[in-house]
Design a binder for this molecule. Structure first.
Ligand code: SF4
Ligand code: SF4
Length: 375
């Protein structure tokens, strides 16, 4: 192996031996990053701190179906041989609970103090293409609209992203039909393709190149580049679900009274799981939390869901008082009005809402039923 000790130029693809990923993780921690990536906990692959390669779910995979998730041992020692789990990177960029500001009350005045707590520099390890698109969507919501969310902005600007091209699709994945995967095309600093004993590393940004500086590597051969492309092609071909997006917003707007909404409402528990696991959902609620002595108060932002009955409660009453209207709101927002608001669908086809719905409601099946493809 020809070792490279300089900074590999942006745009280059190099090959590293698999254990060298450990040296990259060490480098990231030494450079002040908090490395988060896939780990095993509570019978699932969840995102948590990764201190060393042994923290990765090496040799594990997941089986997913509508309303079903199960871990299974693989026959090899693949580092990234599984699809997405219940967590997404949303929890780090848009945390479930954030203090926006605090207020101190004085005898004849009050002082408002914005929360300027330092935020960690995260290195996201193992980001899949669907989730890169989800981050891009949340960027549109929090950074590129009329108001910039500085809490999201502070986390987002610091985040370094190491993507992994998918070698495995869960049966609930449908990114290919959404144009969001399984190959990562943008939004990363480095992108890995897992080969048998090595990783192909695409260096996309100067920040990614700096992390690879001095890491033992060699240039990728044409054969290896072809092998990497075939892995992703195979993943695409293996995908079982799809969503027909052709004219979908208009189709949904024209079917707001379709009987399918009543049928799905009989199954839906309005439990909010689908919105909690969704990497693009951003509904939140604001709450004032006063101190017991009455001298101060905090304004808290926390994740909320359009499935919570109170979420649509306004001065004149609740405009989505039943599960039918709440499920319809969620699906039509994801697949139709999101396009009007942000120019893209709110769904990246990650399949999480399908897997983690306790009654196995499947967004692809519901949209197909409205279209008349199935009953
Ligand atoms: S669709 Fe499923 S996950 Fe979503 S609220 Fe209804 S029961 Fe819960
Ligand atoms: S709606 Fe479902 S499949 Fe689409 S991005 Fe959200 S969780 Fe993933």
């Amino acid at each position: 192996m020809n070792s490279s000790a300089g900074i590999a130029p942006t745009g280059e693809t190099v090959v590293i031996e698999k254990p060298v990923l450990g040296a990259i993780i060490d480098r990231l921690w030494r450079d002040g990053y908090t490395v988060v990536g896939p780990t095993l906990a509570e019978s699932a692959i969840v995102i948590d701190q990764v201190r060393a390669i042994d923290d990765l779910p090496i040799g594990w995979t997941d089986e997913q179906e509508a309303g079903m998730y199960r871990l299974r041992r693989r026959e090899d020692r693949a580092y990234f041989g599984y699809a997405v789990g219940p967590h997404s990177w949303k929890q780090y960029l848009f945390p479930p609970k954030t203090t926006l500001y605090s207020i101190e009350f004085h005898a004849d005045a009050m002082t408002v103090k914005p929360n300027v707590d330092p935020v960690p520099s995260y290195a996201f390890l193992g980001v899949r293409s669907c989730d890169l698109h989800a981050i891009e969507i949340q960027d549109r919501v929090f950074l590129h609209g009329p108001y910039v969310d500085r809490h999201y902005q502070a986390r987002r600007e610091k985040a370094l992203i190491i993507a992994v091209h998918c070698a495995v699709a869960a049966s609930t994945c449908f990114c290919a039909s959404m144009g969001t995967g399984p190959r990562s095309v943008r939004g990363f600093d480095l992108a890995l393709t897992e080969l048998e004993g090595e990783f192909l590393v695409e260096i996309a940004t100067p920040r990614g190149a700096a992390i690879c500086d001095g890491i033992p590597s060699r240039a990728a051969t044409g054969y290896e580049l072809g092998a990497a492309a075939r892995i992703v092609d195979k993943t695409r071909d293996s995908m079982k679900r799809s969503l027909n997006t052709n004219g979908l917003p208009d189709l949904l707007y024209q079917n707001l009274e379709h009987p399918r909404w009543d049928q799905v409402a009989e199954r839906c528990l309005s439990c909010t799981n689908c919105t909690m696991v969704c990497p693009t959902c951003f509904c939140h609620a604001l709450e004032d939390v006063p101190a017991l002595d009455g001298a101060s108060s905090e304004k808290i932002r926390q994740w909320d869901s359009c499935f919570n009955p109170d979420h649509a409660h306004m001065a004149g009453g609740n405009n989505r008082p039943d599960i039918r209207s709440r499920y319809r709101q969620w699906l039509t927002h994801k697949l139709a009005s999101w396009v009007d608001q942000y120019g893209v669908s709110g769904c990246v086809g990650c399949g999480r809402c399908v897997t983690w719905c306790p009654v196995g409601i499947d967004i692809t099946e519901e949209a197909a039923a409205i279209r008349g493809d199935q009953q």
